[in-house]
Write a protein that binds this ligand. Structure first.
Ligand code: ATP
Ligand code: MG
Length: 440
């Protein structure tokens, strides 16, 4: 009796548990001010001089600890977006779900986010949730500890400040970096329901960092994957670009398939893509893109989407041709169908879908090289991409090799040799005229 009275008094007097930060001092970590962009340092300094807290958080700290080069530096602060805006001329507040400040320093834009808080205490008007538990708005402000709890993965919730040069770790991120694993902060299923894109982010970071996905973080993925259908197509498109065009596309692709998220992104194509030649085509296209990114060469989603959506185009074109539609209109109709059905899942802006369709369209034109055709085709703005695509189709075994080599030779030939190549073709063609076949 007395005991329980005492313990209830103790409980009553005990303050609400505050998550404690592990503070890692300068002498015990590898981050130095020199690794940080001047713009990020300026933003941090200006906020601090105005009396606010300011930390680098997210990929900046994570990638520096791993010895890499961060893409960018994001800053977290206790200043509201409005307060912070006063400090940076030409800055803008963006976003609705999350209001953040884009602070412009020279040519660099630094994202400044205000510490997020917990969703209690009658903050309903600043936070909003859908029936599936998805966060529609999240503008409740808080302190450093609550901000850490609202980030996605422990490795993304490390804070570095030039005040004392220490790292503040509330969630065990440093240990998870050492153990090379992606671990969700809080209850993984709840956090995925709040924002299904976190499922994609888990795989993106696992692929990029070559980390494993901690067991509890991985378990709900397959079950919750269908929630991705509730995400706006434009946001999914942005995310797909980060997944596939971040330099680790092939590895990410394999993880997306392994964890059954891929069919949610490309529902009309996922099953057909498992056909061995088509799977190989996708892998080759991704490997190609990864290599080009590493070599600092130009890459375009048009080429990648051309490969990823191709299986559906081929099947539909064949179906239409079986019904008597000629090859060219059959391909055009199949292309139209594949494009418009994908738009409902991930957006695909016209500036990418038009060149993608030209790449497909040229698959029927590349075999037709008579007269001036070859010369003209080789000058088409999409020739190079279409030729690369043809090579991949031959390499993956979707079509017989041969045509690709002809075009390789043609590009290396001089004027006379080119005419000779076409002439030889015409001689052969005169003997057996062919009608255009399906692109497949
Ligand atoms: P990178 O920029 O290298 O792709 P990043 O970790 O910086 O990786 P960003 O998308 O730039 O990722 O986001 C910055 C930080 O914001 C993340 O590290 C994470 O702490 C937080 N964050 C971003 N998206 C979410 C999300 N959907 N849910 C919770 N926290 C998020
Ligand atoms: Mg970032």
């Amino acid at each position: 009796m007395l005991n329980s009275l005492l313990s209830s008094i103790k409980r009553w007097r005990k303050p609400a548990p505050q998550p404690k930060a592990r503070i890692i001092p300068r002498s015990e970590h590898s981050i130095s001010r020199r690794d940080i962009s001047r713009a990020a340092l300026t933003v941090m300094k200006r906020l601090q001089e105005a009396g606010f807290e300011a930390y680098i958080v997210g990929g900046g700290v994570r990638d520096l600890l791993l010895g890499g080069h961060p893409k960018d530096f994001d800053i977290a602060t206790d200043a509201t977006p409005e307060d912070a805006k006063q400090l940076f001329r030409g800055s803008r507040i963006v976003g609705r779900r999350f209001r953040i400040l884009h602070a412009r320093i020279g040519r660099e834009v630094i994202e400044v986010t205000t510490f997020r808080g917990h969703h209690s205490n009658g903050a309903e008007h600043e936070a909003q949730q859908s029936q599936q538990g998805m966060l529609l708005r999240d503008n409740v402000y808080g302190d450093l500890a609550s901000d850490a709890a609202r980030r996605d993965f422990t490795v993304n919730a490390l804070y570095y400040t030039t005040r004392g040069f220490a790292i503040h770790d509330y969630t065990g991120g440093v240990t998870d970096i050492e153990q090379r694993q992606i671990r969700m902060i809080g209850d993984p299923a709840t956090r995925y329901k709040e924002d299904p894109v976190r499922m994609l982010r888990a795989l993106r970071f696992a692929a990029k960092l070559d980390f494993s996905i901690e067991e509890h973080t991985a378990t709900p993925l397959a079950n919750l994957a269908p929630l991705l259908r509730n995400v706006a197509p434009a946001r999914l498109f942005d995310e797909v670009l980060k997944l596939l065009m971040g330099g680790f596309g092939e590895r990410t692709f394999e993880l997306l398939r392994q964890y059954q998220l891929w069919p949610q992104l490309f529902p009309d194509n996922a099953a057909l893509l498992e056909e061995p030649a088509m799977l190989e085509l996708a892998r080759l296209a991704l490997r190609n893109t990864d290599a080009r990114i590493r070599a600092d060469k130009h890459v375009t989603p048009a080429f990648l989407f051309a490969a990823l959506l191709w299986p559906g185009v081929v099947v539909e074109q064949r179906r239409l041709m079986d019904q008597g539609t000629p090859a060219v209109p059959a391909l055009a109709q199949a292309a139209q169908k594949a494009t418009s059905s994908q738009l409902a899942h991930t957006a695909l802006p016209k500036r990418f879908s038009l060149p993608m369709r030209e790449i497909w369209d040229m698959q029927l034109r590349l075999p037709r090289r008579n007269g001036e055709r070859a010369q003209r085709l080789s000058q088409h703005p999409r020739f190079r991409a279409a030729y690369d695509f043809l090579l991949l189709r031959e390499q993956c075994g979707e079509i017989q090799p041969g045509l690709g080599t002809w075009w390789t030779d043609f590009q290396q030939a001089d004027e006379d040799q080119r005419q000779e190549m076409v002439r030889r073709l015409q001689q052969r063609g005169g003997r057996r005229r062919r009608r255009p076949k399906a692109a497949g």
